[in-house]
Write a protein that binds this ligand. Structure first.
Ligand code: IMP
Length: 499
């Protein structure tokens, strides 16, 4: 006889609807905040946060450096996948951290360097402006692409072609971006090197980055105002991988596994705490109260919830393990509340796998998730790492599971030593730039929160009232009984409305 047999079925997100609460003038979407804690931190979860409750899945076909940069600029985070070598993953993290967010720690050149060599560096890094410093890092001048012609000056030195310090506008010990911006505006310059009292170079500020930042008010940063970067790890090679990720300055580590209720995760968490106590670790996935307790007691600073629901996932079919995501969230959130009562520690909960529409996101948040992880949603964007292809006149992008045969080349051990696959490979409809898609998604989430009388996610958790719906009422809630020019009348939000 089994230890436990639950005869009530577990529930999916699509089986719930929200009931309205009182909406007032305070619930205008422009005044609704989507800020949410990324991980537990002792300062009331203020140190690590997201400005939108969405993160992209740690998958080869979803979260590379470009997704990491763009999503952080828009207020979320990409979990950079670990099914690649530690060096490749560290390079992606490094790209995000150096992307620039105001004060940049620049690549410098020496005055004796030949223009020819510097030109190679320009091609390699993509940077067109370099500060020139001596062996003691004292600022000597600036050189940009306008200061030389490679066909004429290849054998000249940087020192001969640079704009010398006395002609460059510099700032001393400036840490405030607005102040730097004012100096740039007044001086009509586009670059401002920041020096210390000894004239040594600290950082550099580019006018275009400031403009960029003003256009992205939700951007998420570390304490040095650089974009936040999250790196996934596995429970096999963390002793080699984590040092490379930390050297690349990853802010948060996430243990990526389809089943987190394991001794392996506990050992990995303990190792992280011994070796990198300053770095918060997200663990998972779990779907039970016991799983939550196990991971937080081992030191997890947030937990990822969900098993078997992902759009590319065949775990339930292959093994029979899994649970509806709504029930998983409800159970874990109950245990989170109990843990909070006992310890005063609020552990963020991430809903992951099978979130296929904005209403799913909204329901997951209402049920108590602090943010939602998605693969398919983000795989469709320009910023995902895959190439677009045209199939039957439709622009598509490939999307494959981390447990699929394609990804398993990198992680033979992850899904049961690679003896069978737990994911498939397919195509998703290309849907343009992340920014444009997010605008609409976030507007809908805010609108739902306003309908429920919530100004922020904390109030949404407290005030939301949800109801299970029948299959017939789901049908009633769709377009029905009208002719729309084709047989199908279902509205499929994330398939360009074409199914
Ligand atoms: P989606 O948003 O429905 O596409 O689901 C994405 C989630 O599916 C990821 O965040 C993982 O938790 C999970 N996942 C990724 N790859 C696989 C796989 O190959 N098998 C099962 N689940 C997977």
């Amino acid at each position: 006889m089994a230890k436990e047999i639950k005869l009530e079925p577990s529930r999916t997100l699509m089986e719930f609807r929200l009931l309205p609460g009182l909406t007032t003038g305070e619930h205008n979407p422009k005044d609704i905040s989507l800020r949410t804690p990324l991980v537990y931190s002792a300062d009331n979860n203020k140190k690590y946060y997201l400005n939108i409750p969405l993160v992209s899945a740690a998958m080869q076909s979803v979260s590379g450096a470009q997704m990491g940069i763009e999503l952080a600029r828009l207020g979320g985070a990409a979990f950079i996948f670990c099914s690649q070598t530690p060096a490749q993953q560290a390079e992606m993290i490094s790209k995000i951290k150096h992307h620039k967010a105001g004060f940049v720690i620049p690549q410098t050149v020496h005055p004796d360097m030949l223009i020819e060599e510097m030109y190679k560096l320009r091609k390699k890094t993509g940077y067109s402006t370099f500060p020139v410093v001596d062996n003691q890092n004292v600022f000597m001048g600036l050189i940009s692409k306008w200061d030389y012609d490679i066909s004429l000056h290849s054998q000249a030195t940087v020192g001969q072609r640079m704009i010398p310090k006395q002609l460059v506008e510099v700032g001393y010990n400036i840490t405030n971006l607005k102040e730097a911006n004012n100096i740039l505006l007044e001086s009509h310059k586009s670059v401002l090197p920041i020096l210390d009292d000894q004239g040594k170079l600290i950082s550099i500020v580019f006018r275009k980055d400031i403009t960029d930042q003003l256009e992205n008010p939700l951007e998420v940063h570390d304490e040095k105002k650089r974009l936040l970067a999250v790196a996934a790890i596995n429970t096999h090679d963390y002793e080699q991988r984590v040092p490379a990720l930390v050297a690349a300055e990853a802010d948060v580590i996430a243990i990526d596994s389809s089943d987190g209720h394991t001794e392996y995760q506990k050992t990995t968490l303990q190792w992280m705490h011994q070796n990198y106590p300053q770095i918060p670790v997200i663990a998972g996935n779990i779907i039970t109260r016991a799983g939550f307790r196990f991971l937080v007691e081992a030191g997890a600073a947030a937990v990822k919830v969900g098993m078997g629901g992902g759009s590319i996932c065949i775990t339930q079919e292959q093994k029979g393990t899994g649970r509806g995501l709504a029930t998983s969230i409800v159970e874990v959130v109950k245990e989170r509340a109990a843990y909070y009562q006992e310890t005063g520690k609020y552990i963020p909960v991430i809903a992951d796998g099978g979130v296929t529409s904005t209403k799913d996101i909204t329901i997951a948040l209402a049920l108590g998730a602090d943010y939602v992880m998605m693969g398919r949603y983000f795989a469709r964007m320009e910023e995902s790492p895959t190439e677009k292809i045209v199939v039957n006149n439709r622009v598509m992008k490939p999307y494959w599971g981390e447990g699929s045969a394609r990804a398993q080349a990198w992680k033979a051990k992850r899904y049961n030593q690679g003896k069978f696959v737990e994911g498939v490979e397919g195509l998703v409809e290309y849907s343009g730039h992340l920014r444009d898609n997010l605008d609409e998604t976030l507007m809908k989430i805010k609108s739902a929160m306003g309908t429920c009388g919530a100004k922020n996610l904390e109030e949404f958790h407290q005030n939301a009232r949800l109801e299970l719906v029948s299959a017939l009422s789901i049908r009633e809630g769709r377009v029905h009984d009208i002719y729309q020019g084709s047989e199908r009348t279902e509205y499929d939000e994330f398939s360009n409305n074409e199914t």
